[in-house]
Design a protein around this ligand. Structure first.
Ligand code: AMP
Ligand code: DBH
Length: 580
């Protein structure tokens, strides 16, 4: 292994945390306990040492191009995490530093996620789908010491991605993170790229953790930065503490019945908040169960793993559930071991919900959560009607729910309105977003979720709409104005409006309406013209408009007669009713 010392990095910046009066309440209630993720990983790996922790493809274990499956016990998981911690330390990361994790659903994801916690660095949970524009912003904002990728698990060149944004950062006078490639890449590399070519020695002595929040209690320091879909501009960074996150994980285990016998399929991207914590990967580790990683989300791959590994539980987004249902009707796979299917990330239609039990033979649980905190579940004891038609109720008795009208006044009981929330695992502010925080959080510290909900008399929430300028494409959130701003930088664009087009398969697709400048030419196929442009800009594929329309004029925006939001709504309706 080549080793490059990273430059010294700045400490984590300050941000609005949960005030002491609330913290005290959460401690006294026993919600926040004094355990860090480092202690959590070490304790579980010891307690469950001989049990199976992870079954996954490994990019490193493979000889040729195809990935080999590995099975790790909890003891082996600790050893692999200590190897990962060694690699990160050799790359120059020290406790408190941020590390961009960008790994697919492989064994390496587990090794490096746990490795970050053992070393006391703060992982930033980026997705394999993120591209140069995203990574550049995350690296800039976090002053990340390292960026961990796996070349070869997918048909994509992460080294090329790195070179691109690292060059941009250098041009700004910034020092890019060190790239750590964990798949055993064999090609040429640059000086600031570390390639893990063989297994390093596990790191025996873990360095002392550092405080990054001023709090005496390490457990109330920031453990990692999770990503939000974002409503204004790019994804925001969400600072979650050990204590708040692990509280939500323990309670999620209890609500969802996760125990040592749980075999959980990880089919959604591992780094998603849903996959990580509701109850997800950490919930399984907490209980001593087993994780089975699917290398791709197709029903075929998942059904094969469910049959082979006797999977008991899986989490899906609605479009994936629809694909499972369609596939199960054609193939009648053996899903006999499957007890529970969780569905969340976007609204589930009751007409689809009702097919879960008869076709997939497993119980359904709706999950309405957000990386900012609040998570709602339907419970096993709920009547069928509640499970089919609502998105559940909060984890904690201390989750405060407020539903307001457009003028910030409480709605009448049972009416739909804006959901605001505050509680023992909901943040009080994004990382380094002073301006956006003024809008996203009230003075009393409530988070404005941007969701429109209705509360049923029994406390269950039903998501009825969305007030935020965001598109939810198969559970991936896309900020409308991020895409509009990029479109506006293209030659010949006078104005651009991005809309969510309702779609049966993925919920919503990204649509772009462009008003050209006089004489502009986007060729015979504007969609492909803009696709190329967005790709060149380093935009992730899932955010790129799938439909593009050119219109000589847009209704009245120039004279400011209607708001941008109304314009988007009007154009979205238009595009949904016209054929592409
Ligand atoms: P993020 O803030 O990026 O973590 O995304 C969370 C958002 O996803 C929520 O605020 C909702 O808009 C949406 N969401 C998550 N789960 C559900 C669900 N079960 N039904 C409807 N919307 C959901
Ligand atoms: O969409 C989400 O962000 C989400 C969905 C379900 C989430 O963060 C969660 C559960 O924890």
């Amino acid at each position: 292994m080549t080793s490059t010392m990273g430059p010294g990095r700045s400490p984590l910046a300050d941000f609005p945390g949960i005030p002491e009066e609330f913290a005290q309440k959460y401690r006294e209630a026993g919600y926040w306990i004094d355990e860090t993720l480092q202690e959590f990983i070490l304790a579980r790996c010891r307690e469950f040492s001989e049990r199976t922790a992870v079954i996954a493809h490994s990019a490193r274990a493979s000889e040729a191009s195809s990935l080999a499956t590995v099975t790790w016990t909890y003891a082996q998981l600790e050893e692999e995490a200590r190897r990962a911690a060694r690699v990160l330390a050799d790359a120059g990361a020290v406790p408190g530093d941020r590390v961009l994790l960008q790994l697919p659903n492989t064994a390496e994801y587990m090794a490096y996620m746990c490795g970050c916690f053992l070393l006391g660095v703060v992982p930033v949970f980026t997705l394999p789908k993120h591209r140069a524009m995203d990574l550049c912003q995350f690296a800039r904002k976090t002053d990340a010491a390292a960026h961990v990728v796996c070349q070869g698990a997918e048909d994509f060149d992460y080294l090329d991605l790195y070179r691109r944004y690292a060059g941009d950062l250098r041009a700004e006078g910034l020092v890019p993170p060190v790239l750590v490639e964990v798949g055993g890449y064999t090609g040429e590399v640059d000086a600031d790229v570390v390639v893990v070519r063989q297994s390093p020695e596990p790191l025996a002595d873990l360095p002392a953790p550092v405080r990054n929040r001023g709090s005496e209690r390490l457990s109330e320091n920031v453990a990692f930065l999770q990503l939000s879909g974002g409503t204004t501009g790019i994804s925001k960074l969400i600072p979650r503490t050990h204590a708040d996150y692990l509280y939500s994980v323990r309670e999620s285990d209890r609500i969802c019945g996760v125990d040592q016998e749980t075999v959980m399929l990880v089919a959604l991207p591992a780094a998603h908040n849903f996959t990580m914590s509701s109850p997800g990967i950490l919930g399984v580790l907490h209980a001593g169960g087993s994780l089975v990683f699917a290398a791709d989300p197709s029903p075929q791959t998942s059904f094969g793993l469910i049959e082979r590994e006797r999977v008991t539980m899986a989490s899906l987004v609605p479009p994936l559930l629809q694909a499972w249902i369609a596939s199960a009707q054609r193939r009648t796979p053996d899903l006999g071991s499957l007890e529970l299917i969780q569905v969340g990330g976007a609204k589930l239609a009751p007409s689809v919900a009702e097919k879960v039990v008869p076709i997939l033979g497993a119980r359904l649980q709706q999950v309405f959560g957000m990386a900012e905190g609040l998570v709602n579940y339907t419970r096993d004891s709920d009547p069928e009607e509640v499970v089919l038609t609502t998105q559940g109720r909060p984890i904690s008795p201390e989750d405060e729910i407020v539903i307001l009208d457009d003028d910030d006044q409480p709605v009448a009981s049972g009416e739909a309105g804006h959901l605001l929330t505050r509680g023992p695992y909901t943040i009080r502010g994004y990382y380094l977003e002073e301006k956006a925080n003024l809008f996203s959080f009230t003075e009393e510290g409530y988070y404005r979720t941007g969701d429109i909900v209705r509360r049923h008399p029994d406390g269950h929430l039903e998501v009825t709409g969305r007030a935020k300028d965001q598109i939810n494409r198969a559970g991936e959130k896309i900020a409308v104005d991020e895409i509009e701003d990029i479109a506006l930088t293209a030659d010949g664009v006078a104005d651009a409006v991005v809309v969510g087009i309702a779609d049966e398969d993925v919920g919503e697709r990204v649509g772009l309406v462009v008003m050209p400048q006089p004489g502009a030419n986007f060729g015979s196929d504007p969609r492909s013209y803009f696709r190329t442009y967005f790709r060149e800009q380093g935009v992730a594929e899932f955010k790129i408009p799938e439909r593009v329309e050119i219109r000589a004029s847009l209704p009245m925006t120039n004279v400011g007669k209607i708001s941008r939001r109304h314009l988007r709504t009007a154009l979205a309706k238009d595009m949904a009713t016209t054929r592409p």
